[in-house]
Design a protein around this ligand. Structure first.
Ligand code: XIL
Length: 354
C-alpha cells in the first residue's frame, strides 16, 4: 500500500476515534441513520405515480423555498406563467420567458412539467376580451395561440391542461367568450390543434368541483364519452381538488376517478389544496391531514390516477388568502416552510404497501 494511503487510513482511524469519543456514531448504523428520508416523489414513484407542486416565478428567488421544491417533487406546474395573459400579452406577440424559467428549473431538478393552461375564461389578455370577434376570427386566434405555445414547449412538457373550467356547477357549458362565439365544438378543436402541435403530450380537460360524482363531473363524463367516440385526442381528466373543510369531503372521489378510467382516460389531482376558515386550529389541521390522506389513498386505489399536484406546497405562497378572504392554511407546509400534519398524512398514505 502506498504510504500516502496508509497515512490517510491512519488519519481516518484517528478521526473515527475522536468522533466516537465525542459520542458521534460512525458505523453502518450511523450511515443508515443519515440516509435521506424518502421524498414524496420517491414514495409516489413506488406506486408508479408522481407527486407534484405548482410554483410561480416571483417565489423562485426564495432559496429555502426552491430547495424543497426541487427536492420533494417530481412534477412541477407553473401557477401562472403559461396562461394566455402571460404568453401572448399582445396579439401575435408571444412571451414564454416565465414558463421557460420554470421548465428550465424543472429540468435542472430532473422534474417533469404539467403545463397549464391553453383555453380558459380567466386571466386572458385585454386585447382578447376588450373587443368583439367573429367566429372565424376567434377560431384563428385560438388556433394560433394554442399551436404557438404547444409547439414552443413540444418535447419539454409531460401534459397540457388544454381546456380549463369549461362547465358550470349545474353541468351546463360555461358561457365563456369561446363558447359564446364558437359553440361547444371549441373543445374538440382545441384538443386537435394541441395534438397536432405536440403529438406526445398528454392532453387534459381540467376543472374544480368535479371531485365528487354530481352534475358537473357528469357533464365531463358525457363530454369525454362523446369526444372519445369521435376520436378526438384526449388523454386525461384533471380534478383540481380545491377543497374546503367547511364544505365537506367528496366521498365519491374514488368511484368518480374509476368511472373516468373506464372511459380510457388517465386522471390526476391537479391543484390540490384544503382550505379552512382562519384561524387554523389543531383540530382543523388534523381534519385537513385526514383529507389529504384520503385523497392520496383514492388516487392510489385507481390505477389510472397518475399523480397528485398540490397548488404550491407552502402556505407562504398559497393563492387562497387572496381569493377567499378569511380562509387559508390550505397546504401541507406552513408559512415557515415547516411540514404540517397534512404532510405526514400524505407520507403515511404513500408508504402503505399496495
Ligand atoms: C390561480 C393562481 O394560483 C393565482 O396566482 C392567480 O392569481 C389566479 O389563478 N384554478 C386554476 C388555476 O386553474 O389556474 C388558478 O390559479 C386557481 C384556480
Amino acid at each position: 500500500m502506498p504510504s500516502r494511503s496508509r497515512t490517510r487510513l491512519r488519519l481516518a482511524g484517528v478521526l473515527a476515534a475522536v468522533l466516537v469519543a465525542a459520542g458521534v456514531a460512525t458505523g453502518p448504523a450511523a450511515q443508515a441513520h443519515e440516509k435521506k428520508p424518502a421524498t414524496l416523489a420517491d414514495l409516489a414513484q413506488r406506486h408508479g405515480r408522481y407527486f407534484g407542486s405548482a410554483t410561480d416565478n416571483p417565489e423562485l428567488t426564495d432559496t429555502a423555498y426552491t430547495r424543497i421544491l426541487g427536492h420533494e417533487f417530481d412534477m412541477i406546474t407553473p401557477g401562472n406563467g403559461m396562461k394566455w395573459y402571460a404568453t401572448e400579452p399582445q396579439q401575435g406577440v408571444f412571451d414564454f420567458s416565465q414558463g421557460d424559467e420554470i421548465v428550465n428549473l424543472a429540468r435542472a431538478n430532473h422534474q417533469k412539467v404539467r403545463a397549464h393552461t391553453l383555453v380558459w375564461h380567466s386571466q386572458l389578455p385585454g386585447w382578447l376580451t376588450s373587443r368583439e370577434w367573429t367566429a372565424d376570427e376567434l377560431r384563428a386566434v385560438l388556433k394560433k395561440h394554442i399551436q404557438t405555445e404547444v409547439r414552443h414547449y413540444r418535447g419539454k412538457v409531460y401534459a397540457w391542461d388544454v381546456v380549463n373550467e369549461a362547465f358550470n356547477e349545474d353541468g351546463t357549458y360555461r358561457e365563456t367568450i369561446f363558447y359564446k362565439t364558437l359553440g361547444p365544438g371549441y373543445i374538440a378543436d382545441a384538443l386537435r390543434w394541441a395534438h397536432q402541435a405536440d403529438p406526445k403530450a398528454k392532453l387534459y380537460l381540467n376543472d374544480y368541483n368535479v371531485e365528487a360524482i354530481g352534475p358537473k363531473s357528469d357533464a365531463y363524463y358525457r363530454l369525454v364519452k362523446e369526444l372519445k367516440a369521435q376520436g378526438v385526442p384526449l388523454h386525461g381528466f384533471g380534478l383540481q381538488a380545491h377543497l374546503a373543510l367547511q364544505y365537506g369531503y367528496p366521498t365519491t372521489l374514488e368511484d368518480n376517478l374509476r368511472r373516468f378510467a373506464r372511459l380510457g382516460l388517465d386522471t390526476a389531482l391537479t391543484e390540490v389544496d384544503v382550505r379552512m376558515l382562519l384561524p387554523a386550529t389543531e383540530e382543523k389541521l388534523a381534519q385537513q391531514a385526514d383529507w389529504y390522506r384520503d385523497m392520496t389513498e383514492a388516487c392510489l386505489a385507481v390505477r389510472r390516477c397518475v399523480g397528485i399536484t398540490v397548488w404550491d406546497y407552502t402556505d407562504k405562497y398559497s393563492w387562497i388568502p387572496a381569493f377567499f378572504p378569511g380562509q387559508g392554511a390550505a397546504l401541507p407546509w406552513d408559512e415557515q416552510l415547516a411540514p404540517k400534519p397534512a404532510y405526514h398524512a400524505i407520507r403515511e398514505a404513500l408508504r402503505a404497501p399496495r
